[in-house]
Design a protein around this ligand. Structure first.
Ligand code: ATP
Length: 311
């Protein structure tokens, strides 16, 4: 009787990194090459954003926030790594898919409200523009335009041109333009950067509406603590990598939710210990790690004999 061939069982496959996330950045690298220098704007950045989230990206000037947003917007292509948004692979996307992606999957709001609008078009006409380009029928265009202007509280600006609106109204109309084609993701690069705090709050409320009422997943780059202080998750970017995250509980009335800061651990297990922690305990090149029942300890290296130093 022939014996059955027993093949070794295949190892169970690990779920792919970020398989259930809407936005996945995996070891993302973007290098700008100019005539004389090479700038590594993104240096192996990992980021996951789930559908329905609203997150802030914060970080010093030059840390790579705008570069990341340009990649997610499908405007710029990464040099290496993986970026996927709503099932679209942003690294390997061909031109027709890129056009579809930029029209239907993401909406983009820039800092300068004037650059988001067209001086001689009314709010209704400028919101209608992306719908016309996408081939939406006239009747539906009208209904969608009125509805999005209404939802964002700028229905009274429908027949006004940018110079007849306040800065906050201009920026809310810009958000309406970005949302016209009902994108799943709304990206905003310093949308309150030029505005006073009251107007900034008005624009932030519009982003919140986009998230909560219209269901867009929102990623907002900001220097504005009033904005980053109100989202459930702020991701800090340092030197082209995600370095830490602040998670906040829900606010109750006027009392803000409790905020907790976390370090980000990459998939190889690397964590950046904040400088003030390292300096406080003189943690240098070599540290001791110990596993306890529910946490990991990091201690300074006290083996001066191995370091070859005088006790
Ligand atoms: N087109 C480009 N050519 C060359 N270098 C660039 C280009 N765009 C950005 N950089 C460089 O890449 C790095 C990251 O820039 P990026 O604009 O993404 O940072 P940022 O965090 O958005 O800064 P900011 O808050 O000032 O807008 C910087 O060193 C910047 O000088």
């Amino acid at each position: 009787m022939a014996r059955e061939l027993a093949l070794p069982a295949a190892a169970p496959r690990e779920a792919e990194f970020g398989h259930d996330a809407l936005i996945v950045c995996d070891n993302l690298v973007r290098i700008y090459q100019t005539a004389s220098v090479e700038v590594q704007a993104l240096q192996g950045l990992d980021l996951l954003v789930h559908e329905g989230e609203m997150i802030a990206l914060v970080g010093a000037s030059g840390s790579g926030k705008s570069t990341l947003l340009q990649v997610l917007a499908g405007v710029d292509a990464p040099t290496a790594g993986r970026a996927r948004v709503a099932g679209h692979d942003l690294v390997d996307m061909g031109r027709p898919e890129r056009v579809h992606y930029r029209r239907h999957v993401v909406g983009f709001v820039r800092q300068q409200s004037a650059r988001n609008l067209v001086p001689y078009l009314t709010a209704r006409q400028v919101v209608d523009l992306p719908l016309t380009i996408a081939g939406v029928r006239r009747q539906e265009r009208r209904a969608r335009t009125d509805s999005v202007l209404e939802t964002l509280g700028v229905a009274d600006c429908a027949d006004r041109r940018p110079h007849q609106m306040s800065g906050g109204q201009q920026q809310r109309v810009a958000i309406a333009v970005a949302l016209a084609n009902q994108p799943r993701v709304l990206l905003a690069d310093e949308p309150t950067g030029e505005l006073d705090s009251e107007t900034a709050a008005e624009v932030f409320a519009a982003l919140r509406t986009a998230n909560r009422e219209l269901g867009a997943t929102v990623v907002v780059v900001t220097h504005d603590a009033a904005v980053s202080g109100q989202v459930a998750r702020s991701v800090a970017i340092r030197d082209g990598r995600t370095s830490s995250e602040i998670l906040r509980g829900e606010a109750t009335g006027d009392v803000p939710g409790v905020a907790e800061e976390y370090a980000v651990m990459d998939r190889a297990g690397r964590v950046q210990v904040p400088r003030e922690f390292r300096e406080a305990l003189a943690l240098t090149r070599r540290v001791r790690l110990a596993l306890t029942a529910d946490h990991v300890e990091i201690r300074s290296d006290d083996r001066s004999d191995v370091r070859g130093e005088q006790p």
